[in-house]
Design a binder for this molecule. Structure first.
Ligand code: ADP
Ligand code: ZN
Length: 371
């Protein structure tokens, strides 16, 4: 992996998916229309689903690029945040898009973070039983994680992400320069999942982040960030390629997420951001792993990397409340809570036999040595 590079357009990656593959390409927004043509997609209509924050920066440049290339863009803007992953918002998308003369070949581009990718992706999966989907992820989290793997969907009052489908995009096009407007807290969220991909599958990525996290988080340096993004994407592509529907290896992507989902729920959704909760959950999972595997895992080094992310104080959260939330998680089977643990760096497995006292010790550790 290059340690520093002025190349913000690294080589593309290929994601295996069912009977076909799709590519992740590093393309500027201005180059998106021409790139869609190389994917075999054509207009004149093209749909762009985005949110208000992202639209403020990138709506006009993308619309102009499409118009200059002879397309007829239709933009749908949703409010930012999880509340847009709703049936009401989805209905609004259908109501807006069906009357424009949408055809089976009309591409839908999602321009934004994970929320826009999920709701826009589900609309693409269901409109006319499926129209071509292209993700243009603009948040670090969406770039390294949610734009790859084909998950689309919305939330329900009963829980998050309970309605949706696996629907593979035609392509994922990343313009790293969109990160220049990303708020600082969203950089932290995205870096948490980037570190996760290193911890479960790529020791070289962890070494790279040891060295470059300061440039990435402190200076938002794209030269330092892009190699990490590409490497994290490669991990995700490899994992979902092996196992599209989550039975085996895909479960490793849940490293840190057993605690994270409980933290998000007990703290109240929206209080602790997803990536922040994942970082805290990974600290607990590392501690649990270390209790089992001791010296095979250089816990201190890995914990230090995580504690370099500015994380919220969660010491007020009650362990019993977290334990109850974990027992009710949809991934818990027969009351046995499943944790992804590491035997060593980049050597994960799923454990469903962690006893409550061991889990509580891990939580005590995280609380007593806050980030
Ligand atoms: P995720 O973290 O899963 O990507 P969201 O879709 O909610 O979740 O995106 C996080 C926040 O970042 C949202 O408020 C979104 O509007 C904003 N955002 C995403 N990309 C950019 C960007 N490139 N510039 C500014 N804000 C952005
Ligand atoms: Zn996550």
């Amino acid at each position: 992996m290059p340690t520093s590079s002025s190349d913000l357009r690294p080589k593309s990656l290929t994601v295996p998916a069912d009977s076909r593959t799709y590519d992740i390409d590093f393309v500027s927004l201005a180059g998106v229309p021409a790139h869609l043509r190389t994917l075999g997609l054509h207009g004149p209509n093209v749909v762009i689903v985005t949110d208000e924050n992202v639209a403020a920066h990138y709506r006009s440049p993308l619309v102009h690029a499409f118009e200059a290339d002879g397309w007829k863009p239709h933009v749908v803007v949703v409010p930012p945040g999880e509340s847009s992953k709703s049936l009401e918002r989805l209905e609004m998308l259908y109501d807006t898009l069906l009357p424009i003369g949408l055809e089976r070949s009309t591409p839908v581009c999602t321009l934004g973070g994970g929320v826009v990718g999920d709701v826009g992706g589900f609309a693409a999966a269901t409109l006319l039983r499926g129209v071509p989907l292209v993700h243009l992820p603009t948040s670090l989290l969406a770039q390294v994680d949610s734009s790859i793997g084909g998950k689309t969907g919305i939330n329900h009052a009963v829980g998050k992400n309970l309605i949706g489908s696996f629907y593979q995009p035609h392509g994922v096009l990343v313009d790293p320069e969109t990160l220049l407007t990303l708020p600082a807290r969203e950089w932290i969220n995205g870096m948490a999942e980037t570190i996760k991909h290193g911890l479960i599958a790529d020791a070289a990525l962890v070494a790279y982040l040891d060295e470059h996290l300061v440039d990435i988080l402190g200076h938002h340096s794209l030269e330092a960030t892009v190699p990490a993004i590409r490497q994290a994407m490669a991990v995700k592509a490899r994992v979902v390629g092996h196992d599209e529907r989550e039975a085996g290896k895909r479960a490793y992507l849940n490293f840190g997420h057993t605690f994270a989902h409980a933290i998000e729920q007990v703290a109240g959704y929206g209080t602790v951001a997803h990536g922040e909760a994942v970082a805290i959950g990974m600290r607990a999972a590392l501690y649990l792993s270390w209790q089992r595997h001791g010296d095979a895992l250089d816990r201190e080094r890995l914990d230090t990397l995580l504690t370099r992310l500015p994380l919220p104080d969660v010491s007020h959260l009650d362990f019993d409340a977290l334990w109850t939330a974990m027992r009710h998680d949809k991934k818990t089977k027969d009351g046995r809570i499943r944790f992804v643990l590491l035997k060593a760096l980049a050597d994960p497995y799923v454990a469903d036999d962690c006893a409550k006292p061991a889990v509580e010790r891990a939580w005590d550790f995280v609380q007593q040595s806050p980030a």
